[in-house]
Ligand binder design. Sequence first.
Ligand SMILES: [Zn+2]
Length: 156
Amino acid sequence: MAHGHDEGAAPDDVRTHLRQHGLRYSRPRAAIVSFFREEDRHVSAEDLHQELQARGTALSLSTVYLNLNVLSDAGVVREFQGKQGQKLYDSNVSPHYHLIDKDTGEVVDVPAPTVDGVPLGTFLKRTVEAATGWELEEPKVHLRGRAPASADDGGD
Ligand SMILES: [Zn+2]
């Protein structure tokens, strides 16, 4: 077995990971999961399509879309909306919120604040469920605004 880092995660590892989420192993899924493991960032389907192509994994854009949806439904990646409302995908499925810069579209992770020891979203969900009897999905919180000006913003 080679230990080269250009191979990404070991195939067996990816296979196990997919199986744990009830998914069959396929080459597109393996390529996408490997990408997220190495890069851990927020990408659109188009970005991912290009990134994979640059790595020599030629998948059609529709294949990338389809598999991102499958992985999202299975909870392997998380879907959220970027600056323009476009779908972005995140390999970090732990409770956190996104700060989205209105100007640049930059996305920054911020840990979910907790209330009574549970993440804010979970607290909101439980409280409203208890009050109404509804069964709710985990709320999606998007925080839009502007990043602080960088220190070297002085110009000439
Ligand atoms: Zn994130």
